[in-house]
Design a protein around this ligand. Structure first.
Ligand SMILES: [Fe+2]
Length: 370
């Protein structure tokens, strides 16, 4: 079979933006990917972090899974494993599993009669009202929005963070834009397409730090709460979606499923890009519990841990560093889950039907630090 002319084109940087990541790949059939093409995609991914393939109508869940798995051939199961089965996880309502390809999840908004073996499913786009401490008033809800939750796709207990995530836009409501409010006293806002997925670069997040902070994040580790999505279920987010307020609302260990200490995750704060060797500051701010410092001490006070991490991460989510992807139906976005943070954005009306397919796989190896 003839090799297609595969091209990689960096995404245009809109005026007022300072993003330095993102690319579009053309000229490849994802149902029939050869090794040479995959290696070009892999190089593009680790150079650009967010890669867009247009016009992927009809891409099978199997091909989506296989592309995702190719980044980590020893991985097999969905990134959250079975952890979302529990009704108390805050992730539970947002995901429906494709019956014939259980590593692929359907997410979105509204009522869908039939899709890939799923019948009469009710999808619910996460709304900041369910997660944030303070809400945008209902009468402004369709004009203004927030970052819902900045995160890495990862169970953060028992399972290693997936290498990559793929997101396919099957159905996208059109037409509206919203103004995203930071509401943190800075006055910062961002004009976004309805239901965008927002990305920021972990490498930029690291580069923006002072030399002292760079040294701190290179030498410190972060410990995640066991069963983090149940643990945090009663806590409430900051208005920027970047971590939680500290009000003592996290569930005590006695209210969590049994905790196996060997499954608790402690990761470096910075993760090394496997192709370029660059460091990315990669912390899931809502799930953090404790900082392990270079001198062997730990910072255990949760409010302090959150404030430290917030101050490290906040500069890099300012509007000029955010890439809000403007979804068009049949876009497939592949992103470096170990090199970016991302957030759901937006508030849909009940009749605005959105249908997406997501795939990521719990990695076979932990992230590599400096
Ligand atoms: Fe995600």
């Amino acid at each position: 079979m003839a090799v297609l002319p595969l091209t990689v084109t960096p995404l245009p940087c809109p005026s007022g933006s300072d993003i330095d990541f993102g690319a579009e790949i053309r000229g490849v059939d994802l149902e029939n990917l050869n090794d040479e093409q995959f290696q070009m995609i892999r190089k593009a991914l680790y150079d650009h972090h967010v890669v867009v393939f247009k016009d992927q109508k009809g891409l099978s869940p199997k091909a989506q899974y296989e592309l995702t798995k190719r980044f980590d051939p020893a991985s097999e199961d969905y990134g959250h494993g079975k952890t979302i089965d529990t009704k108390r996880s805050i992730l539970h309502p947002d995901l429906k599993t494709v019956p014939h390809q259980p590593q692929v999840q359907v997410i979105g908004n509204g009522q869908v009669q039939s899709y890939e073996g799923l019948k009469d499913i009710q999808l619910r786009h996460p709304h900041h009202r369910t997660f944030h401490h303070d809400h945008i008033p209902d009468d402004k809800d369709y004009d203004f929005t927030r970052f819902y939750r900045w995160h890495i796709d990862a169970a953060l207990y028992d399972l290693y963070p997936p290498q990559v995530t793929t997101l396919l836009a099957v159905k996208v409501p059109k037409g509206r834009r919203q103004t995203l409010l930071y509401d943190d006293g800075t006055g910062e806002t961002l004009d976004v397409p309805l239901g965008t997925t927002a990305f920021v670069s972990g490498e930029r997040m690291y580069e923006l730090l002072s030399p002292e902070d760079k040294e701190f994040v290179r030498t410190s580790k972060i410990e995640y709460a066991p069963h983090p999505y149940i643990w945090m279920s009663a806590a409430r987010s900051r208005s920027t979606g970047l971590g939680l307020h500290s009000e003592g609302l996290e569930l005590p260990d006695s209210d969590l499923p049994p905790i196996d200490p060997s499954k608790i995750m402690v990761f470096p704060m910075t993760w090394k890009n496997p192709v370029t060797g660059k460091l990315a500051l990669q912390i899931h701010p809502s799930a953090i519990l404790r900082i392990h410092c270079a001198d062997g001490t730990t910072i255990d006070d949760l409010a302090r841990v959150r404030d430290i991490v917030y101050n490290l991460q906040r500069p890099a989510i300012s509007p000029q560093y955010v890439y809000p992807h403007d979804w068009v139906e049949d876009d497939l976005v592949l992103f470096n889950n170990r090199g970016v943070l991302h957030s759901v954005v937006g508030a849909f009306k009940p009749d605005e039907v959105r249908l997406f397919r997501q795939c990521n796989l719990a990695a076979s190896e932990p992230p590599v630090g400096p």
